[in-house]
Ligand binder design. Structure first.
Ligand code: ZN
Ligand code: ZN
Length: 242
Protein backbone atom coordinates (compact mmCIF):
# COMPACT_ATOMS: atom_id res chain seq x y z
CA UNK A 1 0.00 0.00 0.00
CA UNK A 2 2.76 2.47 1.07
CA UNK A 3 4.75 1.46 -2.03
CA UNK A 4 1.69 2.16 -4.21
CA UNK A 5 1.23 5.64 -2.67
CA UNK A 6 4.98 6.42 -3.12
CA UNK A 7 4.92 5.22 -6.74
CA UNK A 8 1.78 7.29 -7.40
CA UNK A 9 3.45 10.43 -5.95
CA UNK A 10 6.61 9.81 -7.95
CA UNK A 11 4.52 9.45 -11.14
CA UNK A 12 2.67 12.73 -10.35
CA UNK A 13 5.99 14.55 -9.75
CA UNK A 14 7.40 13.22 -13.03
CA UNK A 15 4.26 14.35 -14.88
CA UNK A 16 4.55 17.85 -13.38
CA UNK A 17 8.22 18.01 -14.36
CA UNK A 18 7.37 16.83 -17.87
CA UNK A 19 4.62 19.49 -18.14
CA UNK A 20 7.01 22.26 -17.07
CA UNK A 21 9.77 21.17 -19.48
CA UNK A 22 7.49 20.28 -22.39
CA UNK A 23 4.44 22.57 -22.33
CA UNK A 24 1.21 20.89 -23.37
CA UNK A 25 0.13 21.04 -26.97
CA UNK A 26 -3.49 20.65 -28.01
CA UNK A 27 -3.94 17.10 -29.38
CA UNK A 28 -6.12 18.38 -32.22
CA UNK A 29 -4.49 21.58 -33.52
CA UNK A 30 -1.02 21.39 -31.95
CA UNK A 31 -1.32 24.88 -30.40
CA UNK A 32 0.83 25.22 -27.32
CA UNK A 33 -1.75 25.55 -24.59
CA UNK A 34 -1.70 27.02 -21.13
CA UNK A 35 -0.85 24.42 -18.46
CA UNK A 36 -4.22 24.96 -16.87
CA UNK A 37 -6.16 24.77 -20.12
CA UNK A 38 -5.58 21.04 -20.53
CA UNK A 39 -4.69 18.88 -23.50
CA UNK A 40 -7.48 20.18 -25.73
CA UNK A 41 -7.31 23.95 -26.29
CA UNK A 42 -10.42 26.03 -25.60
CA UNK A 43 -10.95 26.72 -29.34
CA UNK A 44 -10.90 23.04 -30.31
CA UNK A 45 -12.96 22.15 -27.25
CA UNK A 46 -15.65 24.62 -28.33
CA UNK A 47 -15.68 23.19 -31.88
CA UNK A 48 -16.03 19.53 -30.86
CA UNK A 49 -19.29 17.82 -31.89
CA UNK A 50 -21.00 18.04 -28.49
CA UNK A 51 -24.34 16.26 -28.13
CA UNK A 52 -26.94 18.73 -26.90
CA UNK A 53 -29.73 16.29 -25.92
CA UNK A 54 -29.47 12.56 -25.30
CA UNK A 55 -31.29 9.68 -23.64
CA UNK A 56 -29.98 9.46 -20.06
CA UNK A 57 -29.99 5.66 -20.19
CA UNK A 58 -28.31 4.85 -23.53
CA UNK A 59 -26.91 8.27 -24.61
CA UNK A 60 -28.71 8.07 -27.97
CA UNK A 61 -28.72 11.66 -29.35
CA UNK A 62 -32.23 13.16 -29.37
CA UNK A 63 -33.82 16.19 -31.01
CA UNK A 64 -35.40 17.33 -27.75
CA UNK A 65 -34.51 17.33 -24.06
CA UNK A 66 -36.46 14.65 -22.15
CA UNK A 67 -37.50 15.25 -18.53
CA UNK A 68 -35.70 13.25 -15.80
CA UNK A 69 -36.86 9.61 -15.66
CA UNK A 70 -38.09 9.57 -19.28
CA UNK A 71 -36.01 7.62 -21.78
CA UNK A 72 -35.87 7.12 -25.54
CA UNK A 73 -38.36 4.78 -27.26
CA UNK A 74 -35.80 1.93 -27.49
CA UNK A 75 -35.00 2.12 -23.75
CA UNK A 76 -38.68 2.21 -22.84
CA UNK A 77 -39.33 -1.00 -24.77
CA UNK A 78 -36.58 -3.13 -23.16
CA UNK A 79 -35.17 -3.91 -19.74
CA UNK A 80 -31.63 -2.60 -19.47
CA UNK A 81 -28.98 -3.48 -16.90
CA UNK A 82 -27.55 0.02 -17.43
CA UNK A 83 -28.54 2.73 -14.96
CA UNK A 84 -27.18 5.68 -16.96
CA UNK A 85 -24.90 6.41 -19.91
CA UNK A 86 -22.95 9.60 -20.55
CA UNK A 87 -21.18 10.00 -23.92
CA UNK A 88 -20.76 13.72 -24.54
CA UNK A 89 -19.54 13.75 -28.15
CA UNK A 90 -20.74 12.51 -31.50
CA UNK A 91 -18.51 9.94 -33.15
CA UNK A 92 -17.58 12.19 -36.02
CA UNK A 93 -14.60 14.34 -37.03
CA UNK A 94 -12.30 15.06 -35.26
CA UNK A 95 -13.36 12.75 -32.40
CA UNK A 96 -13.49 9.61 -34.60
CA UNK A 97 -10.07 10.44 -36.06
CA UNK A 98 -8.60 10.96 -32.59
CA UNK A 99 -10.04 7.72 -31.21
CA UNK A 100 -8.89 5.73 -34.27
CA UNK A 101 -5.40 7.27 -33.95
CA UNK A 102 -5.35 6.20 -30.29
CA UNK A 103 -6.64 2.69 -30.97
CA UNK A 104 -5.03 1.70 -34.23
CA UNK A 105 -2.18 4.20 -34.57
CA UNK A 106 -0.84 3.89 -30.99
CA UNK A 107 -1.14 7.69 -30.56
CA UNK A 108 -1.38 7.26 -26.80
CA UNK A 109 -1.23 11.02 -26.09
CA UNK A 110 -4.92 11.14 -27.04
CA UNK A 111 -5.76 9.03 -23.96
CA UNK A 112 -5.03 11.68 -21.27
CA UNK A 113 -6.75 14.33 -23.43
CA UNK A 114 -9.95 12.30 -23.74
CA UNK A 115 -9.51 11.13 -20.13
CA UNK A 116 -9.57 14.76 -18.92
CA UNK A 117 -12.69 15.34 -20.99
CA UNK A 118 -14.33 12.29 -19.35
CA UNK A 119 -13.35 13.52 -15.87
CA UNK A 120 -15.22 16.78 -16.56
CA UNK A 121 -18.37 14.72 -17.30
CA UNK A 122 -18.29 12.83 -13.98
CA UNK A 123 -20.61 15.27 -12.14
CA UNK A 124 -23.37 14.19 -14.57
CA UNK A 125 -23.18 10.66 -13.14
CA UNK A 126 -24.29 9.37 -9.73
CA UNK A 127 -22.01 10.23 -6.82
CA UNK A 128 -22.12 6.66 -5.42
CA UNK A 129 -19.94 5.18 -8.21
CA UNK A 130 -17.21 3.24 -6.43
CA UNK A 131 -15.11 1.75 -9.26
CA UNK A 132 -14.15 2.21 -12.91
CA UNK A 133 -14.15 -0.75 -15.27
CA UNK A 134 -12.46 -0.38 -18.67
CA UNK A 135 -14.20 -2.64 -21.21
CA UNK A 136 -11.82 -5.62 -21.37
CA UNK A 137 -10.27 -6.72 -24.64
CA UNK A 138 -9.77 -10.40 -25.39
CA UNK A 139 -6.21 -11.30 -24.35
CA UNK A 140 -5.28 -12.07 -27.96
CA UNK A 141 -6.42 -8.67 -29.24
CA UNK A 142 -4.74 -6.93 -26.30
CA UNK A 143 -1.47 -8.81 -27.00
CA UNK A 144 -1.67 -7.82 -30.68
CA UNK A 145 -2.47 -4.15 -29.93
CA UNK A 146 -0.16 -3.92 -26.93
CA UNK A 147 -2.62 -1.95 -24.81
CA UNK A 148 -6.32 -1.54 -24.05
CA UNK A 149 -7.56 1.91 -25.11
CA UNK A 150 -10.35 1.81 -22.49
CA UNK A 151 -7.77 1.24 -19.73
CA UNK A 152 -5.66 4.11 -21.08
CA UNK A 153 -8.75 6.37 -20.84
CA UNK A 154 -9.44 5.08 -17.32
CA UNK A 155 -6.01 5.91 -15.90
CA UNK A 156 -6.31 9.75 -15.97
CA UNK A 157 -9.96 9.45 -14.95
CA UNK A 158 -9.05 7.29 -11.92
CA UNK A 159 -6.37 9.81 -10.88
CA UNK A 160 -8.72 12.73 -11.36
CA UNK A 161 -11.69 11.22 -9.52
CA UNK A 162 -9.75 9.13 -7.00
CA UNK A 163 -11.58 5.93 -7.96
CA UNK A 164 -10.09 2.43 -8.22
CA UNK A 165 -9.87 0.60 -11.54
CA UNK A 166 -11.68 -2.73 -11.24
CA UNK A 167 -9.83 -5.88 -12.27
CA UNK A 168 -11.00 -9.49 -12.44
CA UNK A 169 -13.20 -9.13 -15.53
CA UNK A 170 -12.20 -10.83 -18.77
CA UNK A 171 -13.43 -11.21 -22.28
CA UNK A 172 -14.16 -14.85 -22.75
CA UNK A 173 -14.29 -14.95 -26.53
CA UNK A 174 -12.49 -12.99 -29.21
CA UNK A 175 -15.54 -11.34 -30.72
CA UNK A 176 -15.12 -10.20 -34.32
CA UNK A 177 -14.97 -6.44 -34.98
CA UNK A 178 -18.48 -5.12 -34.39
CA UNK A 179 -18.43 -2.14 -36.70
CA UNK A 180 -20.67 -2.60 -39.71
CA UNK A 181 -22.71 -5.41 -38.11
CA UNK A 182 -26.46 -5.30 -37.56
CA UNK A 183 -27.74 -5.05 -33.98
CA UNK A 184 -28.93 -8.69 -33.98
CA UNK A 185 -25.50 -9.96 -35.08
CA UNK A 186 -23.76 -7.82 -32.46
CA UNK A 187 -26.03 -9.27 -29.78
CA UNK A 188 -25.28 -12.83 -30.88
CA UNK A 189 -21.53 -12.19 -31.02
CA UNK A 190 -21.45 -10.61 -27.58
CA UNK A 191 -23.76 -12.95 -25.65
CA UNK A 192 -21.83 -14.29 -22.64
CA UNK A 193 -18.69 -12.62 -24.01
CA UNK A 194 -17.62 -11.41 -20.54
CA UNK A 195 -16.58 -13.31 -17.46
CA UNK A 196 -16.59 -11.62 -14.04
CA UNK A 197 -14.17 -13.44 -11.72
CA UNK A 198 -14.73 -11.17 -8.71
CA UNK A 199 -16.48 -7.90 -7.99
CA UNK A 200 -14.37 -6.86 -4.93
CA UNK A 201 -17.63 -5.81 -3.23
CA UNK A 202 -18.12 -2.82 -5.57
CA UNK A 203 -21.76 -1.74 -5.72
CA UNK A 204 -21.95 0.85 -8.49
CA UNK A 205 -19.50 0.19 -11.29
CA UNK A 206 -18.80 2.69 -14.08
CA UNK A 207 -17.93 0.99 -17.38
CA UNK A 208 -15.52 3.14 -19.41
CA UNK A 209 -15.13 2.80 -23.17
CA UNK A 210 -14.01 4.90 -26.12
CA UNK A 211 -17.21 4.77 -28.17
CA UNK A 212 -20.74 3.43 -27.65
CA UNK A 213 -22.27 2.22 -30.91
CA UNK A 214 -25.43 0.19 -30.26
CA UNK A 215 -24.70 -0.19 -26.53
CA UNK A 216 -24.64 -3.99 -26.87
CA UNK A 217 -21.09 -4.40 -25.50
CA UNK A 218 -21.79 -2.42 -22.34
CA UNK A 219 -25.20 -4.11 -21.99
CA UNK A 220 -23.65 -7.58 -22.00
CA UNK A 221 -20.91 -6.46 -19.60
CA UNK A 222 -23.59 -4.92 -17.36
CA UNK A 223 -25.54 -8.20 -17.34
CA UNK A 224 -22.38 -10.13 -16.34
CA UNK A 225 -21.66 -7.66 -13.49
CA UNK A 226 -25.20 -7.67 -12.13
CA UNK A 227 -25.29 -11.50 -12.21
CA UNK A 228 -22.26 -11.43 -9.91
CA UNK A 229 -23.91 -9.10 -7.39
CA UNK A 230 -23.06 -5.55 -8.53
CA UNK A 231 -26.12 -3.41 -7.75
CA UNK A 232 -25.81 -0.66 -10.36
CA UNK A 233 -23.87 -0.24 -13.61
CA UNK A 234 -23.39 3.04 -15.46
CA UNK A 235 -21.42 3.82 -18.61
CA UNK A 236 -19.07 6.65 -19.55
CA UNK A 237 -17.70 6.88 -23.08
CA UNK A 238 -16.02 9.60 -25.10
CA UNK A 239 -18.41 9.35 -28.04
CA UNK A 240 -21.75 8.00 -29.16
CA UNK A 241 -22.30 6.80 -32.71
CA UNK A 242 -25.59 8.26 -33.91
ZN1 ZN B 1 -6.67 23.02 -30.39
ZN1 ZN C 1 -32.23 5.29 -24.59
Amino acid sequence: MILRVCLGRAADALRQLDDSIMPLRCVFCGTRSDRFEGRICSGCCRDLPWIANACARCAEPLAVCLPPGVYCAACQSRVSPIHATVAPLLYEFPVDAGLKALKFGRRLHYAPAFGELLAAEMPRLAADIDALLPVPLHWRRQAFRGFNQALELCRPLARNCDLPIMTGVARRRATPFQSGLAAVQRRQNLRKAFFVRKTHGFRHVLIVDDVVTTGETTRQLGIALIRRGVEKVSVLAVARAA
